[in-house]
Write a protein that binds this ligand. Structure first.
Ligand code: ADP
Ligand code: MG
Ligand code: MG
Length: 898
């Protein structure tokens, strides 16, 4: 078995087709090398080895790798003309993680590996550059110490101890930039860094390059299981089995002086999608400096540089002297970079995110990958590429990540409200959107408020979870390619980065902007599209959808075969549903219409009644209101099918459970509190979700079903009289035996016939059922005899199929996921393996009786892309989901059909 794949010098053992085995970074390094793009030579240890590592442990895997790694190192040495561990001509290495899909910054990287007191002398002898050699050494100790040895801040309010030492050196010397420290300073810093490591670890800092190498390789494997990587995988549903590859590569040095540097670039704008090559770099720096916000990065292109200066309030004079673009500073290198980016984008047919380093004017590529982007950019890039014929329609659709579309539908700041808002500061528009919230300074406190804004000097990979929880992110340092910016764009989270006017004190938990002082909990607002930071809260308004969005949606409709409906109960929801492209309502939960004012009072009156006569009296009063509510929905959905579900929840949900509200209710209903308390007691059930609910209500209280059937049909007939065509579909919930359906259906039909007679008119309608009890799946052929349609209620089906109470699962599901018993929450992503079988059985059995039986799904899963793919595969007619997920469903349905 081969565990190590070489690349470099215009050849490689791998290619971009081998992402599963080599990880995305390794596969693309191999591909670039094959394309003749300059890539420092190196090798990739496979992702399979990571799985072996997790099973067999460190020692076993190191011995399995020993021979191959030694050989591969020898190849790198030959290609570079250097020797690993040599005191005269040392070969330095980078050790980099890289899984199948990019997980930016989640796992570990160690640069400048191989540095020790011997090799620093060798480096000086070879380059004659003292400062460079010691800078490289101190970088190595800092990174190896932090990443491999785990040396870091003791508490979250403390600064990173390495940074603290650097700060102290700069202060003592009275300089601002790390580039202003000289060789002597850096030499002393190395010994301070080592001392720090030895104090924190209680062991000597390892000097032997081979020890360093194995420790780093195994640290990268270990980092696959670190908490932030685990969290990222859960968030993006990345399986643990995939593992990470390890890339070991010869170092090239961006820190060799004024003609060296490092940078990050995008072939198109990752925020807006515009076809503009852009990026950031730093002179005399290694790559980590650009993303970590240590210095303000400079723009690669002249155009970008000018735009940046305007945003940052830097004069043209200052820009040219202090922050010149790469295009101005090293025009030849810029040209080479520009040519390479074009080659790579055309080769991969997608927007690329590039990492490069310049060593004394010579240009090297270190990474390329499909760039993370906002939803707006995702849509625009695909449409632009389609327009010029770079990709075809199917490719354009497959380039979309359905769940991301939700970003586009979310509100933006109201333009009137913005005019009166006070701008506190301006940063870079790192990730678009509007966010209003209360300030928190630490990621693990983001949950403190329902709407929080995470305010940081800069963010780091540990902050991932908090960034996800916060409504928006504001950083004082860092550019468009900083950690905060890249991660926020990936999450679709509003972010303003590098707002340099902001001062943050973590210890006192205070942010100051000029004379304004803000404490934790104060409200601010961010506009990630303009980079503006505002005082207080700002009103929102609905998002406007772009023409490119329409283009993609129309394409989706062209390819999908699955219908898409909405779950909705109000006129406004219906309007949204139609705006987003729903072809009907798949679930109108009538109980949602009963929770307010007069309606609730009548329902309560019915519940409090002791006999049928009393219940009928209350229901009679509810009838005209219910009819009107239904009319609104049916009217909004003119010409489209509307599935109306009869009352489903247990009745106790309509009665308050706390004394305060019970007193209020007693007053309103003109009864004693005791009566109410007694009723509550009466309705109490041990397992309400398995109790007196669904069709069981209609069977025990037929008058409820009768009233609802009448309201639906009267509403439809009244609309018909107005010339409005409707297609009501009456849905009986929670059927477990065909007899239940038969009885309820008879009842509904009898009432409908009566209404037809009264009105002297009639209308077409359907009567169907929800399939949400396992028994109904297994007897679906019988149920189909009575049903015009099936709609899978996968929330209950999951609940009953797993035997997990939906309302109590929060206590154990996270642990189940952590322990790997479940991969994801089955209430969010349909369990195709188990619950999916129930659905398939029901579909096959149902259609064995009636091949044309209409089948849909209306649980939460109807808006989840992987579940939608399943629904398409087993031949459902439609999915139904919340209005805001309709575009996601249309796209996911199209992808399933391609
Ligand atoms: P991540 O996956 O977090 O981006 P990388 O493995 O890409 O981590 O490494 C981070 C940065 O380290 C790179 O962008 C690059 O600037 C620098 N780097 C990695 N390998 C080398 C190398 N061989 N020579 C010089 N710099 C390197
Ligand atoms: Mg990288
Ligand atoms: Mg249900």
């Amino acid at each position: 078995k081969v565990r190590v794949y070489n690349f470099g010098n215009g050849t490689s053992d791998g290619s971009s087709a081998m992402k599963n085995l080599l990880g995305s970074k390794g596969a693309n390094l191999a591909e670039m090398s094959n394309l003749g793009i300059p890539v420092p030579p190196g090798f990739t240890i496979t992702t399979e080895t990571c799985s072996e590592y997790n099973q067999l442990g460190k020692d076993k895997v190191v011995s399995l790798l020993m021979t191959e790694v030694k050989l591969a190192i020898a190849t790198v040495e030959k290609r570079m003309g250097t020797t690993f561990g040599s005191a005269e001509n040392p070969c330095l290495l980078s050790v980099r993680s890289g899984s199948r899909v990019s997980m930016p910054g989640m796992m570990d990287t160690v640069l400048n590996l191989g540095m020790n007191d011997n090799s620093v002398a060798g480096l000086i002898a070879k380059t004659g550059n003292n400062r460079f050699a010691w800078d490289t050494y101190r970088r190595f100790v800092q990174m190896f110490g932090g990443v491999v040895l785990g040396v870091g801040a003791i508490s979250k309010e403390d600064q990173n101890p390495f940074e603290e030492i650097i700060e102290k050196f700069k202060k003592d010397k009275g300089v601002e930039l790390d580039t202003e420290l000289d060789a002597e300073d850096l030499k002393r810093m190395v010994s301070d860094f080592k001392a720090l490591c030895e104090v924190q670890t209680g062991a000597k800092f390892p000097d032997d390059p081979w020890d360093q190498l194995w420790a780093s390789i195994t640290a990268v494997f270990d980092s696959w299981m670190n908490p932030r990587a685990v969290y990222y995988r859960v968030m993006h549903q990345i399986p643990e089995e995939w593992g990470t590859a390890v890339n070991v590569q010869a170092m090239v040095f961006g820190n060799m002086g004024e003609t060296s540097g490092s940078g990050v670039a995008f072939t198109r704008d990752a925020s807006t999608g515009e076809n503009i090559f852009n990026g950031e770099y730093l002179i005399n720096a290694q790559g980590e400096d650009v993303v970590s916000g240590i210095r303000t990065p400079q723009q690669i292109s002249l155009q970008g540089s000018k735009k940046w200066a305007t945003l940052a309030g830097v004069s043209e004079e200052n820009r040219k002297t202090q922050y010149p673009s790469l295009e101005e500073l090293l025009p030849n290198t810029f040209k080479e970079l520009n040519t390479t980016q074009a080659i790579l984008e055309t080769h991969y047919n997608d927007m690329q995110d590039l990492e490069f380093t310049i060593q004394e004017g010579k240009f090297w590529m270190l990474q390329t990958r499909n760039g993370k982007r906002t939803a707006a950019a995702m849509v625009k890039i695909a449409v632009d590429m389609l327009t010029i014929g770079m990709i075809d329609e199917k490719q354009a659709l497959l380039m979309q990540e359905p769940s991301k579309l939700e970003e586009l539908l979310h509100p933006v700041f109201d333009s009137e409200a913005i005019k009166n808002a006070k701008v506190l500061a301006k940063g870079l528009p790192a990730s678009p959107g509007a966010a209003t919230g209360q300030i928190v300074f630490f990621a693990d406190e983001a949950h403190k408020y329902t709407d929080s804004i995470l305010v940081r000097i800069e963010t780091s990979p540990e902050d991932l979870e908090g960034m996800n929880i916060a409504k928006g992110i504001l950083t004082a340092r860092g550019g468009m390619t900083s950690h905060a910016a890249v991660v926020a764009r990936g999450m679709g989270k509003c972010c303003v980065s590098g707002a340099e006017k902001i001062n943050i004190n973590y210890k006192t938990r205070v942010m100051t902007i000029g004379s304004h002082v803000f404490n934790e909990g104060d409200w601010i607002s961010l506009n990630g599209t303009t980079g503006e930071v505002y005082e207080g809260k700002i009103k929102n308004k609905d998002a406007e959808l772009s023409a490119d969005f329409d283009t993609i949606m129309n394409l989706a409709d062209k390819y999908r075969t699955l219908g898409v409906r909405a779950n909705a109960e109000t006129q406004r929801e219906c309007q949204n549903a139609i705006k987003f492209g729903a072809e009907g309502i798949g679930l109108c939960r009538t109980e949602h219409m009963f929770f307010e004012g007069e309606r609730l009072a009548r329902i309560r009156e019915m519940i409090l009644s002791t006999d049928e006569a009393g219940r009928r009296e209350a229901l009679n009063k509810l009838l005209p209101i219910h009819r009107n509510d239904l009319k609104e929905v049916l009217r909004a959905m003119e010409n489209l099918p509307v599935t109306i579900r009869l009352l489903d929840p247990p009745l106790h949900e309509f009665i308050p459970h706390d004394l305060e509200n019970q007193k209020e209710m007693a007053l309103e209903m003109n009864v004693s509190v005791e009566t109410i308390i007694q009723k509550v007691d009466n309705l109490k059930e041990f397992n309400p979700m398995l109790g007196h609910r669904g069709c069981r209500l209609g069977i025990t209280y037929p008058e409820i079903t009768e009233m609802q059937a009448r309201a639906i049909i009267e509403a439809a007939l009244e609309l018909k009289a107005e010339g409005i065509a409707t297609h009501p579909e009456i849905m009986i919930p929670l059927i477990g035996t065909v007899k239940e359906l038969k009885l309820q259906k008879q009842l509904v039909k009898t009432i409908i016939e009566k209404v037809f007679e009264e009105k002297g008119d009639s209308i077409k309608y359907l009567i169907g059922t929800m399939i949400e009890i396992p028994r109904s799946c297994l007897t679906a052929n019988q149920i189909a005899e009575e049903a015009d349609f099936f709609s899978f209620g996968t929330n209950d089906l999951t609940q009953m199929g797993f035997g997990y109470s939906r309302d109590d699962a929060g206590k154990f599901l996270p642990i189940y996921i952590e322990k790997g018993i479940l991969k994801v929450d089955p209430f969010q992503v349909l369990d195709q393996e188990g619950i999916g079988q129930l659905i398939e059985i029901a579909t096959v059995k149902g259609r064995s009786f009636d091949p044309a039986l209409k089948i849909g799904i209306c649980g939460e899963h109807g808006g989840d892309p992987s579940s939608i793919e399943f629904c398409h595969r087993i031949g459902m007619d439609y999915v139904s989901c919340s209005p805001f997920r309709i575009p996601i469903a249309r796209l996911a349905a199209a992808q399933a059909a391609i």
